[in-house]
Design a protein. Structure first.
Ligand code: OSB
Ligand code: MG
Length: 373
């Protein structure tokens, strides 16, 4: 598979509703798309970095530069035996998994199209025909607004609710949610807003029998999570901490988590995501697919990933309409009244690109070819 050209595109789209986490509020997304051309076909990837380096160290601009100056030149003009070759070719770049992962995912998509396979098949998935869906609900302006939003998502069929927490929006708010919805599958995500000094506060959440608490402590702190997990009845799920299969193995060995959120971008693409998945599966740790407010391409890639066998818990992959008035794919991602997304069988990521709309939302574009010899 010879890689002839790579086009980077930055698209800008307003979110239907703001999304707020412990590290800030997002109202508009700026995403980098990667189109890889080779053997007369195109494959597509989406970089999942945010607009600011607050979830991890990456952001839109850093992803653009890493791709343009360091990652793309490693594969341009090269004849790859497999998409598996991409991760090792960019492994010398420290960090920046999301930028590298956007390129890697595009090459998996290209390979799937060249083989005439749906992406889920190409990556070794297909354990299920539909994936169970949950939603991630941000911090709201009031508890009433949060309760209303939860009701809306339950009415739409979603199978579990994740609510964002931070100091000052935690125990009392979770209590109100539990009073109103005593039986729903509920979890909380802190996005690294606490330290071990807050153990008592986090322990107080045990009484609400949450499915899990996601990433309570620092983004790079596995050791303290192990200490916290020993004190909590509630399972800890790690998100930010797990950037590789090696991290997953270390976290599992230390007892730092009982569940893992796998994000395609955060771990650098499909090859590493599969390794994280396998390491967790071997240890009896369930996984689910996290989201990064993706547009259609990233969303479709998450759906393919979620068909691997150990993705047994509902993930954060939900309908396009929760984020976008119009998505860049046709049809948009839709969720059944039972709260599931059905798997599609066309080659590649499974949806058509809405090229006219893609053009409308593009704010920057650059095509890279092989370096002259
Ligand atoms: O921690 O899972 C997270 C969004 C942006 C950054 C981090 C996170 C999230 C979400 C949203 O929870 C998931 C989604 O709906 O895409
Ligand atoms: Mg999270």
């Amino acid at each position: 598979m010879r890689i002839d050209r790579i086009t980077l595109r930055q698209i800008r789209m307003p979110l239907v509703h703001f999304f707020e986490t412990s590290f800030g509020r997002t109202t508009q997304r700026d995403m980098v798309l990667v189109e890889v051309q080779g053997e007369g076909m195109s494959g597509w990837g989406e970089v999942t970095a945010g607009e600011r380096p607050f979830y991890n160290e990456e952001w839109t601009e850093s992803a653009w530069l890493i791709l343009r100056d360091f990652a793309a030149p490693r594969v341009l003009g090269r004849d790859l035996a497999s998409a598996e070759d991409v991760a090792p070719l960019t492994a010398h770049i420290r960090g920046h998994q999301m930028a590298r992962g956007g390129l890697e995912a595009a090459i998996w998509d290209l390979q799937a199209r060249l083989h005439g396979n749906p992406l889920w098949k190409e990556i070794g998935g297909g354990a299920r025909r539909e994936i169970p869906c949950g939603v991630s609900i941000g911090i709201q302006n009031s508890v009433e607004q949060l309760l209303d939003k939860i009701q809306t998502e339950l009415d739409a069929g979603y199978q579990r609710i994740k609510m964002k927490i931070k100091p000052g929006w935690d125990v009392d708010v979770v209590r109100r949610v539990r009073e109103r919805f005593p039986r729903i599958r509920l979890m909380a995500d802190a996005n690294s807003a606490y330290t071990l000094a807050d153990s008592d506060r986090l322990k107080a959440l045990d009484e609400f029998y949450l499915m899990m608490i996601e990433q309570p402590l620092a983004h790079d702190e596995i050791v303290d999570h192990a200490a916290l997990q020993a004190k909590l009845d509630t399972p800890i799920c790690l998100d930010e901490c797990i950037r590789s299969a090696h991290h997953a193995e270390q976290a599992i060995r230390m007892g730092a988590c009982r569940i893992i959120n796998i994000k395609l971008g955060r771990v650098g693409g499909f090859s590493e995501a599969r390794k994280v998945h396998d390491a967790a599966q071997a240890a009896g740790i369930p996984v689910w697919c996290g989201g990064m407010l993706e547009a259609g391409i990233g969303r479709a890639h998450n759906i393919a990933l979620s068909t691997l066998p150990n993705f047994v818990l509902p993930g954060d992959v939900s309908a396009s309409r929760r984020y976008w008035a119009r998505d860049v794919i046709c049809p948009p991602v839709e969720v059944t009244p039972q709260g599931a997304i059905q798997i599609r069988d066309q080659a590649g990521f499974g949806y058509e690109l809405d090229r006219e709309f893609l053009q409308q939302v593009t704010v920057r574009e650059e095509t890279l070819g092989p370096r002259p010899a």
